[in-house]
Structure formats: structure tokens, C-alpha cells
Design a protein around this ligand. Structure first.
Ligand code: BG6
Length: 511
């Protein structure tokens, strides 16, 4: 994401250096749906070229041809769908795809067999470049195993003219202890500089724009503190259910799935102090500090300041949908939460006394990821004896998705002879100013890893601080009766509204 800062870094917008990219978990959805389309987009944009070789690694027995064929079918299907929805021709450029596809090969191998790593070594030797990136798009139980075997095979050894980097997917641990163990296992065999812990929220343009808006405009800093901000709301609302991931979700739940990673990334972007420079270390240190400043809560406080919900059958987008307990591979008496709302505090000079309300859920009425910064009211209302009885708070809305942009909600006089005030919005929509090419959000992250820029990746302390902050909630939740049902297609359980109402506040509308 950054401009080139050090001598060994390629400036953005230049072709990434030669390398072989090994995709562990080559048959998984992530590779097919997101990574290969991202590599296609990077090729389209001229950011990767012939010098990038891609090797899918998995245990299934398929030939190179068959593997490419499977990816090609998916790319065709996806672009046909997009072409249809945009009313135009299928968007896949066959020549571009063929160029990329011929650099994709397949390696059949068991992740736990040393022979796989010897085969990888041979692929690197045959590739004409010694640089390699290993992307762990596998089940989390393989993360440490693969990294350890890569190291034992000498594959993580770097030199003056060769880099070796590992991208680790989420979930990174399932609580503080497992995250610490995983970090310890990884860092026992490689340097932090080689580890790229991914959080795809950081690949989203609007998330990156939070930092740019805050730190390239003098305007915002003036009111970005507890003198002016009443509270902050961070919402990631989804309309989808758990889809085919019942098995994974049963063990995970909304808190683990979304909060210590995606929502805390948003919180960190909003709440961090300005970094001294826009380098990976400076940015990540500030992010780590602010997440570490989230106040630890006692079990009673954690229970009082959290809401767990689970969707029951309902209606979304005009369709009847089943409840969570009726989903595939979900227990009929499951207590897993599909919705969570939390009230947190960031105990530092800037944010003392400002609550941060977070919520995320599946099968809600609208899809919207949004940060709403609510400002304190004007110090007094001079509108006595007029029609204006109550002033609404001002908000700055940062809309992450869909309809990316930023808006101020404030009040203006309605035209007319009597004094009446109405709420208006002044804003910037990405689509009004920038033509955005279709992207998955992984392009920036893949490219940054290839050029050696860790700014948008999570450092070990960042991950552990996140788990440390949610651990009180994990510890406090034992009882199934704490899980409140909400009908699919609504805003979540009533208790989530009550969490703010008892403080005299309300969630900003997502519509
Ligand atoms: C993933 C979670 O990390 O993020 C999913 O595992 C969730 O459950 C997804 O749906 C949300 O991502 P996005 O980009 O659609 O907001």
C-alpha cells in the first residue's frame, strides 16, 4: 500500500519481482474464488507478468491441464455472471487468461509428507528464480505444520538475492492461547519479516482510505478525539447465512469469526494515533498500541456489555430462509452466536470516556459495513420558542461496503418562513470520483507481499492484542440462554438496541 520507502522495495505500480507463488490448499474455495481472480486482475493491471509462476499444492491427484481447466471454468462462469448482471459482454479476456494459465501448474502432495517439500524445492530450482511466496490457504490445523516443514526443508532460508515469505490466512488461532502458540510455532522457524498474516478487510479500498482521509487532511484531526466525539459505532451486517460452512461456524461463531480480526482492524484505523511515517513498522506499531488499549472487562462487565444472537427462520430479499439451527451441519440445539454486539472502551488520552459499540451478524436485513462516528451535541440550543425541539446528533459515516464513501449527517434549515430543521447528508461516493475496476480485495495484499510491504498485514502482537481484548467475552459466555433469537431479515436481537438505549443512544440506521 505504501510508496517505496526502503531500497529493497519495489515502488507500487511497478511489476512485482520474479517469484514462484505456492498456493497450499489449491482445491479450496479461496484459491478459486479470490486468489486466482486476483492474480488475473493483477495481470490485467500490469503488476504481475511472465516472471510469476504459480503452483497449486494439494493432495488431490490431477494433472496441470485438469487443474487449469477447473480454474478456467470458474473464471468463465464468474465473468459470464458479471457480464450478464452488467448487461454487457462476458468480461474475461481470453488472451490475458491464457497467458496467466500457462504459468499455473499443479503439485500433488500431502502437506504432512516431507517428499512434498522436496518436490517444492525442485520446482523452485527449475523456475529460474529463487524468490518464493507460500500462501497457506489451508485448514488452520496445517498452518504450523506446513511452516515447520518448509523450514526443515531449508525453504525459508533467505539470502541477498532471494526472499522467502509465508502468507497465513485467518482464522489465526481461536483464542489468546492458541494464537500465542501459533505465533510461537511460526516464529521459532522464521523471522517476523517473512510472515504475512492476512486480514482481507485491509485489502478493501475504503478501509485503506480511512488512514488516507485521516492523515492527509488537516480537517479531521481537529475533532478526532474525546472532546468532540460522543461515541463510535462499527457495524458489519451481512444478509447471507452460514451457507456451506456450518461445520466451521459451529466451532467459531460471530465473535471469533469477525471481531478480533475484521472489526478490530476497522477500530484500529479509526482510533490509532498518527504514525510518524507511513512505513510498515510505524503503522503496525500504532495499530498494536490502540488495540492493546482496549479495556479488559471483568466477567460481569463482559456479560453486561455484550449481546449474543442467533438467527431464526425469517425472510430476506423477499425469500423465506431457514433458521441457523436448520442449516447444514449445524446442531439442532446449537448455542453458537451468529450475531454479536459489544460495548468497548479504548483507554488512552484521545479516547478516554468514548464508548465504541461494535456489532456484526449474519442474515440481517441489509448488507452494510459502516463506521459511524457520532459527535457530541452543540453546547447549547439557541432555538427556544421555535419549532425546533430536539437536535439530532451529527455523524460522520464511513461506508466500507456497499456504496463505498463518506458522509456527514448534519442539520440544515428547511426553506420556509418558520424555523424548521431537517437532517441532510453531505458526502463523497467513490463511484462519483473514481472508476473502480472489478477487484476481489486480495489484489493489493498479494501484490504487497510480493514487493515486501507488510503495512497491511498483521504483526504477531496485533493479533494477540485482538484476542486479548475479546478473551473476557469468550470466558464470560457459558450459558445457552444468553443467546437471543432474532428473525432473519431484521436488525438483530432487541437486546442489541437496548445496549445503546440504556446509554441514551441508538444505532445509526444502515439503510
Ligand atoms: C470472513 C468470514 O472472514 O469474512 C465470513 O469468515 C464473512 O463469515 C466474511 O462472511 C465477510 O467478508 P466481506 O468481505 O464479505 O465483508
Amino acid at each position: 500500500m505504501t510508496a517505496a520507502q526502503s531500497t529493497n522495495r519495489t515502488p507500487r505500480s511497478q511489476m512485482a519481482p520474479p517469484a514462484t507463488l505456492f498456493l497450499f490448499g489449491a482445491h479450496g474455495d479461496l484459491v478459486k474464488r479470490l486468489l486466482v481472480p486476483s492474480l488475473y486482475n493483477l495481470t490485467r493491471d500490469g503488476l504481475v507478468g511472465d516472471a510469476l509462476h504459480i503452483v497449486g499444492v494439494d493432495h488431490n491427484k490431477v494433472s496441470d491441464e485438469e487443474y487449469r481447466g477447473k480454474l478456467a471454468d470458474f473464471m468463465q462462469e464468474m465473468s459470464a455472471k458479471r457480464g450478464k448482471s452488467e448487461g454487457g459482454e462476458p468480461a474475461l479476456d481470453d488472451k490475458l487468461w491464457d497467458g496467466l494459465a500457462q504459468r499455473i501448474t499443479y503439485l500433488e502432495g500431502d502437506f504432512l509428507d516431507d517428499a512434498t517439500y522436496q518436490a517444492i524445492k525442485q520446482r523452485i530450482e527449475a523456475s529460474g528464480t529463487r524468490n518464493a511466496v507460500f500462501y497457506l490457504a489451508t485448514a488452520p490445523r496445517f498452518f504450523c505444520e506446513v511452516v515447520t516443514r518448509l523450514a526443515h526443508a531449508g525453504l525459508l532460508q533467505e539470502g541477498d538475492d532471494q526472499f522467502r515469505r509465508v502468507i497465513v490466512e485467518k482464522p489465526f488461532g481461536s483464542d489468546l492461547k492458541t494464537a500465542q502458540d501459533l505465533n510461537a510455532g511460526i516464529l521459532a522457524v522464521m523471522d517476523e519479516k517473512q510472515v504475512y498474516r492476512i486480514d482481507h478487510y485491509l485489502g478493501k479500498e475504503t478501509v485503506q482510505n480511512i488512514l488516507v482521509s485521516r492523515f492527509s487532511n488537516g480537517l479531521f484531526e481537529a475533532f478526532w478525539n474525546n472532546h468532540y466525539v460522543d461515541h463510535v459505532q462499527i457495524t458489519a451486517a451481512e444478509t447471507v447465512g452460514v451457507e456451506q460452512r456450518g461445520n466451521f461456524y459451529e466451532r467459531t461463531g460471530a465473535l471469533r469469526d469477525m471481531v478480533p480480526n475484521h472489526l478490530f482492524q476497522l477500530l484500529a484505523m479509526v482510533a490509532m494515533e498518527p504514525p510518524a511515517a507511513f512505513g510498515a513498522d510505524e503503522v503496525r506499531s500504532e495499530k498494536a498500541k490502540v488495540v492493546a488499549a482496549i479495556r479488559p472487562q471483568s466477567p460481569e462487565e463482559a456479560r453486561r456489555n455484550s449481546v449474543r444472537g442467533q438467527y431464526a427462520a425469517g425472510e430476506t430479499g423477499g425469500q423465506r430462509v431457514p433458521g441457523y439451527r436448520e442449516e447444514n451441519r449445524v446442531a439442532p440445539d446449537s448455542c453458537t452466536e451468529t450475531f454479536v454486539a459489544l460495548k468497548l472502551w479504548v483507554d488512552n488520552w484521545r479516547w478516554a470516556g468514548v464508548p465504541f459499540y461494535l456489532r456484526t451478524g449474519k442474515r440481517l436485513g441489509v448488507r452494510s459495513t459502516q463506521i459511524a462516528i457520532c459527535f457530541k451535541p452543540a453546547p447549547m440550543s439557541p432555538f427556544r420558542d421555535t419549532h425546533v425541539h430536539r437536535l439530532r446528533p451529527n455523524y460522520l459515516i464511513i461506508q466500507i461496503q456497499p456504496d463505498e464513501g463518506m458522509w456527514f449527517d448534519f442539520q440544515a434549515k428547511k426553506p420556509g418562513t418558520t424555523l424548521e430543521i431537517d437532517n441532510i447528508q453531505m458526502g463523497f461516493a467513490y463511484s462519483d470520483f473514481f472508476k473502480m475496476q472489478p477487484s476481489t480485495g486480495y489484489e493489493t495484499l498479494l501484490y504487497d507481499c510480493m514487493i515486501g510491504d507488510q503495512t497491511l498485514f498483521q504483526r504477531a502482537d496485533n493479533i494477540e492484542n485482538g484476542w486479548r481484548a475479546v478473551q473476557p467475552f469468550l470466558d464470560a459466555w457459558h450459558d445457552c440462554k444468553d443467546v437471543q433469537m432474532y428473525p432473519a431479515g431484521t436488525d438483530g436481537p432487541e437486546a442489541a438496541d437496548e445496549l445503546l438505549r440504556r446509554d441514551g443512544r441508538a444505532w445509526h440506521s444502515l439503510k
